[in-house]
Design a protein. Structure first.
Length: 133
């Protein structure tokens, strides 16, 4: 793993949250994107080398809404940049972590992504990501 690439935050209202984070970080949202495969809309902020990703569900019964129902709005995941996502998936599987995705899938911000089960990571959902060529 190279670095923390972004922190994903689950929100109920994207526009309200964008305004909040623009005030908080004193910077503008630089990108909004719908990720059809995940049924979410995202908004990105950059602070130094790290990005903040706000996520809102597009489906009432989607994964972000279920997360918010259980835990409330807040940090949903931490994403780590990798140079070779498949090699990192294999390494982590061999180390005893449960990789939730059998293959990398297309995520936001032109990335390949996969997730690790939070039961093996101290309750934190971990995302691995790699830039798509």
């Amino acid at each position: 793993m190279i670095k923390v690439e972004h922190i994903g935050i689950a929100v109920k209202d994207l526009q309200t949250s964008i305004l909040c984070y623009e005030r908080l970080l004193d910077t503008c949202c630089y990108k909004r994107e719908t990720v059809a495969g995940e049924s979410v809309e995202t908004a990105f902020f950059r602070q130094g080398e790290t990005k903040i990703e706000l996520l809102v569900d597009l489906k009432p019964d989607g994964v972000i809404n279920r997360f918010i129902e259980r835990k409330g709005e807040g940090i949903h995941h931490i994403a780590f940049q990798t140079a070779d996502i498949r090699a990192e998936m294999a390494r982590l599987t061999a180390a005893g972590f449960r990789v939730l995705d059998p293959e990398p899938r297309i995520g936001a911000d032109n990335k390949w992504v996969c997730f690790l089960h939070p039961k093996e990571t101290g309750g934190v959902l971990i995302e691995l990501c790699q830039d798509r060529e």
